[in-house]
Design a binder for this molecule. Sequence first.
Ligand code: DAT
Ligand code: MG
Length: 149
Amino acid sequence: MERTLIILKPDAVQRGLIGALVSRFEQRGLKIVGLRLLAVSRELAHRHYAVHEGKPFFAGLIDYITSGPVVVMAAEGPNAIAVVRSTVGATRPGEAAPGTIRADYGLTVGRNLVHASDGPETAAAELDLWFGADALADYTRDVDRWILE
Ligand code: DAT
Ligand code: MG
């Protein structure tokens, strides 16, 4: 089992896509173990995107992620990190595969709707950054025997 962080960015919230996008992950069978809506401070944005500091798009990225409230989710499942990345699609929506969130709802890299952790180390660090150590829910779902073999 893995856990990973998903952020529905301000454009997704403003466009009224919270329900539709949360549904994508639920329908895939992933279990939501954390969910909250919050305004993002520039300090939190800098920490989240620290790896991109110094790149030409960094300032615009910080402006974008702090431009309105976001929804942060923790999702759990087998290979959840890769499964979520494949559901989200390629960074540039114009290059994302049809059926992925970024292809189905997006056109430009600066409004690509969703963030998803890209590996085990970043998932652990991002879950800690956005949820803290012990805020995630441990629970079982009766339906899991129909989703997980
Ligand atoms: P991803 O979000 O697919 O993990 P990333 O980590 O490389 O992609 O970059 C983080 C975000 O930064 C990405 O969602 C959108 C923005 N971004 C990346 N490359 C960019 C570029 N060349 N121009 C503008 N924005 C970019
Ligand atoms: Mg990334």
